[in-house]
Design a protein around this ligand. Structure first.
Ligand SMILES: [Zn+2]
Length: 378
């Protein structure tokens, strides 16, 4: 391999991981330790990498951790939820420099949400002390299907005010920077892979259980979206004899049985009012029988879908996030149980199902991770 290609690999690995020891870099790139040492010395002399600090370890001499230099610039991430806009700015060594969040009914009015996001990006850049021309990339996420090829948000059912909006282009025009867009589940997967429960794991599935049920995939260390960006749509897998119509037009989809929306509808009949999702989680944790049961049933249904997914893709880790994951084992125990009853043994033995570590910040951190993948020296 040429020296330039080897150097590109080292830089790409640092972009994706943030910081690493020379041993990590050698393992992650497949280059020899001698080659890595030579490249790191060269990159350090050119000011591309800096020593971030000693490695945390219990015994032995700690190795030096290396990261891309903060002087190379920063990236921004923007997350549009159904009822919030969140923004973060980080340097290329993955240090978060500023964060902003505002509540807003995002679904109905794309323009107002995009205007607000642009203001928050400006504020966060000022707080971080980052000049606009030092921004090396911007990632953004929306809680619905994204047509990356055409740059539009795809669904009038999920995001009524956004259908057909060229959202990345619109935000880019407002902030004067190029913006890359993806959906919330794909960003959650990338976030947990980069910053959270999926670190160091090349093959992982991230399941987001919030208003809907979404899934993002990282395979071989890279996001996997499929031919049209619909890979991992487990919300529309048929898991039961359920025959309720789904908004997608099919019947008996997982979404109709096990999404946050489905749980709210189920409880509405018995509780005589519509509870917010975080309220359902809090009540379930406090021992409310119907809320705990509804969360548990959701876990049971999702476990079946995860079993099918694991039979097909054999990931090393499945990370479960989203609002309902806040219920912890009330969701995960029945989920693991039904998973084990439906998965093939070899796939079950090689996978761990773990809760996400990033909570409600998963998507904005995923937007940063998306930007980090493409930013920096080439
Ligand atoms: Zn469906």
């Amino acid at each position: 391999m040429s020296r330039t290609r080897s150097r590109d690999r080292v830089v790409a690995l640092l972009r994706a991981r943030g910081a690493a020891t020379q041993a990590d870099i050698a393992r992650g790139t497949g280059l020899s330790r001698t080659t890595v040492a030579g490249i790191v010395t060269e990159l350090r002399d050119r000011g591309v990498v800096v020593d971030v600090g000693p490695e945390a370890r219990r015994a032995g001499r700690p190795a030096t951790v290396i990261g891309l230099s903060p002087s190379l610039g920063a990236v921004a991430g923007v997350d549009f939820g159904h009822s919030h806009v969140r923004v973060a700015v980080a340097d290329l060594a993955h240090t978060i420099l500023a964060e902003r969040e505002r509540r807003l009914r995002v679904d109905l009015d794309a323009r107002a949400a995009l205007d607000l996001a642009a203001r928050l990006v400006d504020e966060a850049l000022v707080e971080a002390g980052v000049a606009r021309d030092a921004v090396a990339g911007v990632g953004m996420g929306v809680p619905g299907p994204v047509d990356r090829a055409r740059g539009v948000v795809g669904s009038a059912t999920v995001l009524p005010g956004w259908a057909g909006v060229r959202a990345a282009e619109e935000l880019g025009r407002r902030i004067g920077l190029a913006v890359e867009m993806d959906n919330d589940a794909n960003l959650g997967a990338l976030a947990e892979h980069t910053f959270g429960a999926g670190r160091g794991c090349a093959d992982l599935a991230y399941i987001k259980v919030s208003t809907g049920v979404g899934c993002g995939l990282v395979l071989n260390g890279d996001p996997y979206r499929g031919a049209a960006g619909t890979a991992g749509e487990i919300g529309h897998m048929r898991v039961d004899d359920g025959d309720t119509f789904c908004y997608c037009g099919n019947r008996g989809c997982l979404e109709t049985l096990a999404s946050g929306c489905a749980v709210q509808e189920m409880l509405e009949r018995s509780q005589r009012r519509r509870l917010a999702l975080d309220e359902i989680v809090a009540q379930a944790l406090a021992g409310h029988p119907a809320c705990a049961r509804a969360v548990g049933d959701t876990g049971r249904h999702i476990g079946v879908a995860i079993a099918h997914l694991c039979n097909m893709l054999n990931p090393r880790r499945v990370v479960v996030g989203g609002v309902l994951a806040g219920a912890g084992d009330l969701l995960l125990a029945p989920l693991r149980d039904s998973f084990l009853r439906n998965v093939v043994r070899a796939a079950a033995d090689s996978v761990e199902i773990v809760p996400g570590q990033l909570g409600e910040r998963a998507e904005v951190l995923g937007a940063l991770a998306l930007a980090l993948r493409t930013a920096g020296p080439r």
